[in-house]
Design a protein around this ligand. Structure first.
Ligand SMILES: Cc1cc2nc3c(=O)[nH]c(=O)nc-3n(C[C@H](O)[C@H](O)[C@H](O)COP(=O)(O)OP(=O)(O)OC[C@H]3O[C@@H](n4cnc5c(N)ncnc54)[C@H](O)[C@@H]3O)c2cc1C
Length: 366
């Protein structure tokens, strides 16, 4: 008999969502993480935490994200302490023709999204002083606070937590039977890897190759300001939301962080990133930097999540091992966790996860 039914490696947002989904199905998992019990140490603490489905035009990925948004709405009713701290999205990070095409594509998938003109945007965001021709608007998205959300999910799950470094997976033929930690081995019927950027190295220990294209993102936190922004807002070279404590959380473009020409430190880049918000909005005073983070987004090669069973060297799939690694862990987390538990506990194959499987192992040379 294994010591545990389920071990989840990782206590970021993906591990937290999986722990809650498991507990909801009556299974209390053991969560093992090298970092603090809830959230810390990985990408989760450095995330903008916008939960959306509007940022993709890929129909399969859209369906996963849309289902996840619904799942979050259900969880917000079930779990004390999870709520949107910024509500609705205004987005104009693409040129008008591309934005218009994206809105048409999303509307064709029955997503409640509209293209609004600059005049309407100016009415909805009265402090905005750089007015674009048009913007995408949707009322059903929002952002959550990472730490509070992860803590609330773990509290609701009642999961056991062990702080330990996992060195590798323990396998017996085509089955993973546990993990090796710095406190010794821990055995389980099912090991779920939700270790973000450490997943690749852990999979290596059972000869599973996962290719990653992770990238860095700089987020700046301002000192508290008078409330002026309740929405999630993204233009071509900035994204910003205001937390309930009045602090702005500001990113640059959604791409990989690149040092700005002429700057020699991250602190200078952070200052410039926040300065931009003082140009875009008409504010009583320029916001001041309180802190900043440079987080690494865990992005599997190709940009899409990798979820499910992993190929074993014998040409099959490992039993007892389940993988959940992705960028957009906030947008995807609830939906992925709910569907993953149906796969793990009921042996079902969830259609919405099918496009995101690990490819088969390359055939050996004989
Ligand atoms: C700047 C930035 C902005 C972002 N904005 C958004 C956004 O707006 N919306 C969105 O959906 N996503 C966003 N993301 C992505 C999102 O934050 C990540 O997809 C998500 O946090 C990944 O969560 P995770 O739980 O998989 O990994 P992580 O949060 O990285 O957690 C990994 C966990 O694994 C543990 N671990 C690692 N190695 C080991 C080991 N050897 N042994 C034991 N434990 C280990 C760590 O302690 C940690 O608990 C953003 C990311 C960044 C960096």
């Amino acid at each position: 008999m294994a010591e545990h039914r389920i071990i989840i490696v990782g206590s970021g947002i993906v591990g937290a969502c999986l722990a809650y989904a498991a507990a909801f199905r009556g299974v209390r998992p053991l969560v093992i993480s090298a970092g603090p019990p809830a959230g810390g140490g990985g990408a989760t603490a450095a995330s903008w935490a916008w939960i959306n489905a509007c940022s993709t035009e890929d129909p399969d990925y859209f369906r996963l994200r849309h289902a996840s948004l619904h799942r979050w709405q259900i969880w917000m009713q079930q779990v004390d302490g999870i709520r949107f701290s910024a509500r609705e999205t205004f987005l104009w990070d693409l040129p008008p023709a591309e934005l218009s095409r994206a809105v048409e594509g999303l509307a064709a998938l029955s997503y409640p999204v509209t293209l609004i003109g600059g005049a309407e945007l100016a009415m909805r965001l009265p402090r905005l002083c750089e007015i674009p021709d048009c913007a995408l608007h949707t009322a059903i998205e929002g952002a959550v606070e990472p730490q509070a959300t992860v803590e609330a999910l773990f509290a609701a799950a009642g999961a056991d937590h062990r702080q330990a470094h996992v060195h590798g997976l323990i396998s017996d033929g085509g089955r993973v039977t546990g993990v090796m930690t710095d406190d010794g081995p821990v055995h389980a019927d099912e090991v779920i890897l939700a270790a973000g950027n450490a997943t690749q190295r852990l999979l290596d220990t059972v000869s599973v190759a996962l290719e990653m294209q992770s990238s860095d993102g700089l987020l700046v936190l301002s000192e508290p300001m008078e409330p002026f922004l309740s929405a999630v807002v993204a233009g071509p070279d900035f994204h910003v939301r205001q937390r309930e404590d009045g602090r702005l959380l500001v990113g640059g473009t959604f791409g990989a962080y690149q040092p700005r020409p002429g700057n020699s430190t991250l602190a200078e880049d952070a200052g410039d990133q926040l300065l931009r918000i003082g140009e875009v909005f008409d504010l009583p005073a320029f916001p001041k930097v309180e802190g900043f983070t440079l987080g690494t987004r865990p992005i599997p090669k190709g940009g899409m999540p990798r979820i499910g069973r992993c190929p074993s060297p014998d040409g099959g799939r490992y039993e007892g091992l389940y993988l959940a690694v992705m960028h957009s862990g906030f947008s995807n987390g609830a939906g992925v966790a709910h569907a993953a538990m149906a796969e793990i506990l009921d042996g079902e194959s969830a259609a919405e996860l099918a496009p995101f499987r690990m490819p088969d192992a390359p055939a050996g040379r004989g």
